[in-house]
Each structure stands twice: as structure tokens, then as C-alpha cells.
Write a protein that binds this ligand. Structure first.
Ligand code: COA
Length: 180
């Protein structure tokens, strides 16, 4: 399934034309510091490479990354994805700062999880949030994720390991949870 839709959002695979949006959003240190992979500063070349990588991963059946847009205006507001890491499914997401606090992360991740459990047939999806990112912890809790343990994860933007709360959501629990 190439395009996913929810009440307010459309999720579609990233295209090269998304590179300027990715670059501007991820150039914000407040966004990049809460993620593992994006470097800081973040360049358009980084965005293009990322889009190439996730396009290949989708073709290989190893990852399903989406640009998040508003359905009303087609404005890009963020990115989310599930990819296979060490044989397990890992959820990630970010929303560009001007669009924080509108429920977009929760809504987009909920739609993506329905796809991951229903179409990709994941039995469980894992995620993590850095110790100083309570907003993401709240998003995951609302989606039904249960905290599991704490471990150190790298943050390229911070240039150091950061304490990360790890959490998991099973398909059974997702099915029992009412939509966010
Ligand atoms: C974390 C992030 C994805 C949230 O996006 P968003 O669209 O604003 O999230 P939502 O509006 O769906 O939900 C945010 C929730 O966090 C809560 N929240 C926001 N700031 C908070 C804070 N400082 N402490 C506790 N909760 C907070 C909100 O009240 C909301 O919960 P509620 O719906 O129960 O009221 C966004 O801030 C972001 O992209 N941050 C940088 C990248 C990142 O952290 N990605 C996730 C990596 S794990």
C-alpha cells in the first residue's frame, strides 16, 4: 500500500522533491537532537541520501518510511517509518517544529502502526524515546506502547550516547486499543 490516509493526514513515500522540507525541518537542533540518525548540521545532500536509502529499503521489503502531509493542503509536516532492525520492527517519527502540539505525531504513527500490523504483518513493534523527550514518551503511551527497559542509544546530532527508554507494542495490544 503506497499511500496511507487518516482523518487529517496523508502518508506517502518520500520523493526527491521532499529534500528541501526534510533539510529545513531537520536543521532544527530541537528536532535532530531527539533522533538517532540525522547529523547536525543537516544538509540537503543528507536529505537526498536518506530518501534514496529509504526508497531502496521499501523496494527490498526492509522499511516503510513516509512523508507526512496534511490532507487539506498537501503541506509536508513530518516523517514517520517502520523499519526492520536486527530482525525486529522499529518505529520512528518526527514532526517539523511549527506543527508540534496538534496531535500529528500520534495520528500519523497510529495509521502507520495499523499498516505495520495489518499489512506488513509485524507481531510487535519497538520504539524508544530519549530520557529528556517526554512528549515522545506521551505519544508512544497513547499508542499503547509499554515501557520495557532503558539503554544507551547514539544521537548523531548530539555526538554522544543518550539514555533511551525502550518500549514495545504487540499487535494484540494495538488491536485492543481504541484509535488515538
Ligand atoms: C515528539 C514529537 C514527535 C511530538 O509531535 P506532536 O505532533 O507535537 O505530538 P502530538 O501532538 O501527537 O502529541 C504530543 C503529546 O506530548 C505531550 N507533550 C508535549 N510536550 C510535552 C512535555 N514537555 N512533557 C510532557 N508531555 C508533553 C502533549 O500534551 C501530547 O500529549 P496529549 O495528546 O496527551 O496532550 C515532536 O515534538 C518531534 O518531532 N520532536 C522531535 C523529534 C522527536 O522527538 N521524534 C521522536 C523520537 S522518539
Amino acid at each position: 500500500m503506497t499511500i496511507l490516509e487518516s482523518d487529517r493526514l496523508q502518508l506517502r513515500p518520500p520523493v526527491p522533491e521532499d529534500a528541501p522540507f526534510f533539510t529545513e525541518a531537520l536543521s532544527d537542533y530541537e528536532v535532530a537532537r531527539q533522533l538517532a540518525s540525522p547529523p547536525h548540521p543537516y544538509t540537503e545532500a543528507d536529505a537526498k541520501t536518506f530518501i534514496e536509502i529509504v526508497t531502496k529499503a521499501r523496494a527490498m521489503g526492509e522499511g516503510w518510511v513516509y512523508t507526512i502531509l496534511t490532507r487539506a493542503t498537501g503541506t509536508p509536516v513530518g516523517c514517520c517509518g517502520v523499519h526492520i532492525k536486527d530482525g525486529r520492527y522499529e518505529l520512528g517519527y518526527w514532526i517539523a517544529k511549527p506543527y508540534w502540539g496538534r496531535g500529528f505525531a500520534t495520528e500519523a504513527a497510529h495509521r502507520l502502526l495499523a499498516f505495520a500490523f495489518g499489512v506488513v504483518q509485524a507481531d510487535a513493534v519497538e520504539a524508544g524515546w530519549f530520557h529528556d523527550n517526554p512528549a515522545s514518551g506521551r505519544v508512544l503511551a497513547r499508542l499503547g506502547f509499554e515501557a520495557d527497559h532503558v539503554e544507551s542509544w547514539p544521537s548523531k546530532a548530539r555526538g554522544e550516547m543518550v539514555l533511551c527508554n525502550r518500549a514495545m507494542l504487540t499487535r494484540a495490544r494495538f488491536g485492543r486499543k481504541k484509535a488515538a
